[in-house]
Write a protein that binds this ligand. Structure first.
Ligand code: HEC
Length: 126
């Protein structure tokens, strides 16, 4: 057996493996970072949309028109509004004195603001 050749080959394999691990770590770091940025952007946009379109009737998650129908966790649960789907549907189509937003907001914006409402409800609008 050619001993010298075996050693060189092993060294090559080792270098190659190191390269792969290094790339994977870089990729992982990038993915984690990107996720964080996306998350932060989501809540910033949600807040922006809420402050433009919703805060007039729902200051601090209250409801100035139908007092019981607040955006707090307890009320959302009680009226089965505790999911992105339910809130998105309501915001899209409106209900009673709440207007529909399908002409003013895109589907993505509606989902973003719905997510924001659930996040704020989870922390009791603090
Ligand atoms: C003109 C005032 C007004 C505006 C603006 C408004 N809402 Fe409402 N909202 C209401 C009223 C009134 C209700 C109660 C509807 C009903 O009769 O069930 C309500 C209900 C809700 C509910 C359900 C609350 C519950 O406890 O059942 C959610 C969630 C909600 N609004 C989110 C939003 C979001 C998000 C926006 C902004 C995109 C928004 N609203 C804008 C008046 C408004």
């Amino acid at each position: 057996m050619n001993y010298k050749k075996l050693i060189t080959r092993n060294k090559d394999n080792y270098l190659c493996l190191k390269g792969i691990i290094f790339s994977l770590i870089i990729l992982l770091l990038f993915a984690v970072n990107y996720g964080n940025i996306a998350l932060a952007e989501n809540s910033i946009n949600g807040e922006k949309i809420f402050n433009i379109h919703c805060v007039g009737c729902h200051p601090q998650g209250n409801n100035i028109i139908r007092r019981g129908k607040t955006l707090k966790e307890k009320a959302l649960k009680k009226y089965k509004m505790d999911s992105i789907e339910a809130i998105s549907y309501l915001v899209t189509n409106g209900k009673n004195n709440m207007s529909a937003f399908q002409d003013r907001l895109t589907k993505e914006e509606i989902e973003t603001v719905a997510k924001y409402v659930l996040e704020k409800a989870a922390s009791n609008w603090r």
